[in-house]
Design a protein around this ligand. Structure first.
Ligand SMILES: [Zn+2]
Length: 183
């Protein structure tokens, strides 16, 4: 007969350790963010002081006028939203490699295009963020928190400057590497 009594001195298994066995071997286990998990159970409206996202019923969105009202109201909870949480945990799902001599002459436009695509993607999905932009003259590298945003940035460069676009997805993983090049 199995003995289910806890063994003295042994730590009770956590939900995370139990779940770990069911997570695919090829997938990297990432612990859920504690603050976000707590936030999900909290009643009422939540706001993120970093990016000004608002959550009413577990759905995050942006509305700057509403944020201004909510921030001074008692009862509004303040937590890191899932997008800012991804940035903190360095949870990345995309990279973009842009390469062209055109980038040197059009640097300001190129950087603005990257930020514009981020803003657009954030409206649809507040988790989508540009985590880093590395400017190396003819090359710009961008790290994103979602594969979709990486692909979106690549497609925008293809649309604006023509050139060649290649999107490479890692098998069985949610990650996109996007290459745009124009000679
Ligand atoms: Zn946020």
């Amino acid at each position: 007969m199995p003995d289910n009594r806890p063994i003295p001195g042994r730590v009770k298994p956590t939900r995370r350790s139990l779940d770990r066995a069911t997570v695919g071997a090829s997938e990297d286990w990432r612990p859920p963010d504690k603050k976000y998990q707590e936030g999900e159970d909290r009643p009422g409206t939540l706001i993120c002081p970093r990016c000004h996202a608002i959550s009413d019923i577990k759905r995050w969105y942006y509305d700057e006028a509403r944020y201004e009202q909510l921030k001074d109201q008692p009862g509004t909870g303040m937590i890191n939203c899932p997008g800012c949480d991804r940035l903190d945990r360095q949870f990345y799902e995309g990279e973009v490699h842009l390469r062209s001599p055109l980038l040197v002459q059009n640097k300001q436009q190129a950087l603005a295009m990257i930020r514009h695509q981020e803003r657009e993607a954030m409206q649809e999905n507040p988790i989508a963020r540009v985590a880093a932009v590395q400017d190396h003259g003819e090359e710009i590298a961008v790290i994103t928190t979602t594969p979709f945003l990486a692909e979106r940035i690549g497609k925008e460069f293809k649309k604006a400057f023509d050139g060649r676009l290649r999107i490479s997805k890692l098998p069985r993983e949610k990650f996109s590497r996007v290459y745009w090049e124009r000679l």
